[in-house]
Design a protein around this ligand. Structure first.
Ligand SMILES: *[C@@H]1O[C@H](CO)[C@@H](O)[C@H](O)[C@H]1NC(C)=O
Ligand SMILES: *[C@@H]1O[C@H](CO)[C@@H](O)[C@H](O)[C@H]1NC(C)=O
Ligand SMILES: *[C@@H]1O[C@H](CO)[C@@H](O)[C@H](O)[C@H]1NC(C)=O
Length: 283
């Protein structure tokens, strides 16, 4: 506890704030979170004039690009077979050629199942996410060398290429410095500068200045471009018209508090769960 106060204190002294979300809070706004017609984003939502409510468009109304871009709670997935956007049902409905295993991660809380590779059709099935990492996997053992790209096991181990033996190795990684070659340094969360170092906002180009993931792909840190450099995003400073887009659909404007507020608050979920339990206990 003291540790957290200390961090808060240091941030205050520095005059900087850093916005890090867990993956389950990132990109979670839906149209229902958008309380004003100005915020009700035309591409993904419809403003219901009568009820003064912002509503999600239906999956079938989306093009491929929008279907794959809408936040998870829209529950939409692209059906590659018929070329249509559909309501998502289950991860296990999907299988892809093994070289397209990445597509399992484009679905909703799904991952590739290396134990399902069919060596005749060379297809791989998708399965439910086994952990709250954007790249979770059950184990590294059956991952082909070419696909061995920093997947994360439930034990928090990473699948990393062994350049000598050309195998996919299971390794304990504590930070970017544990990747000791330029080739194994994971460019989505680290950068190479003589050694493998952790990314922070200031290392991102203007084009990539949006967010970066932690090395275990469980946390997301938001960044913003200002005064010719990429820096940490300060939610407190966002205006109504910046809230949704600057936070990549993770925060929405609350016209009552006039603040930019997180769409999916874990604390709130925990609290309501606690209250329900308490309530059940009383009955
Ligand atoms: C894609 O659409 C076809 C035709 O409606 C259907 O049979 C198939 O199950 C769909 N694929 C998935 C993965 O839902
Ligand atoms: C993730 O893995 C850990 C073990 O490292 C386990 O305790 C936890 O329950 C898993 N989380 C989910 C969401 O399955
Ligand atoms: C991710 O965030 C949690 C707190 O939300 C923290 O305990 C954990 O250390 C973070 N992980 C990384 C790799 O930064």
């Amino acid at each position: 506890m003291i540790y957290y106060y200390l961090i808060g204190f240091l941030l205050l002294v520095n005059g900087q704030s850093i916005t890090t979300l867990s993956l389950s809070q990132f990109y979670q706004c839906t149209c229902e979170n958008l309380k004003t017609p100005q915020d009700c984003f035309r591409d993904f939502c419809n403003w219901d004039i009568e009820n003064e409510e912002c509503q999600n468009k239906k999956c079938e109304e989306f093009t491929k690009g929008d279907c794959q871009a809408v936040p998870e709670p829209f529950n939409c997935v692209w059906n590659y077979t018929i070329g249509k956007c559909e309501d998502f049902k289950a991860c296990s409905d999907f299988s892809f050629p093994a070289s397209y295993a990445d597509r399992c991660y484009e679905l909703i809380k799904c991952q590739a199942d290396p134990d399902s590779i069919d060596f005749i059709s060379m297809n791989i099935k998708c399965m439910d996410r086994s952990n709250d990492s954007a790249k979770s996997i059950v184990n590294c053992d059956k991952i082909p060398y070419e696909s061995c790209k920093w997947l994360v096991t439930d034990e928090d181990l990473l699948c990393v290429k062994n350049l000598q033996t050309k195998t996919c190795e299971t390794r304990k990684i504590n930070n970017c410095a544990d990747y000791n070659t330029k080739q194994t340094c994971d460019k989505s969360t680290c950068y190479w500068d003589g050694s493998c170092k952790s990314l922070d906002c200031s290392k991102l180009s203007e084009e990539n200045c949006q967010y970066y993931l932690s090395f275990d792909q469980k946390n997301v840190t938001l960044c913003t471009w200002k005064e010719n450099q990429c820096s940490n995003l300060d939610i407190e400073k966002l205006k109504q018209n910046q809230c949704l887009s600057y936070t990549i659909y993770s925060y929405a404007w609350n016209p009552d508090s006039e603040k930019c507020e997180i769409c999916k608050n874990q604390m709130f979920l925990l609290l309501s769960y606690g209250i329900i339990l308490l309530f059940l206990g009383i009955i």
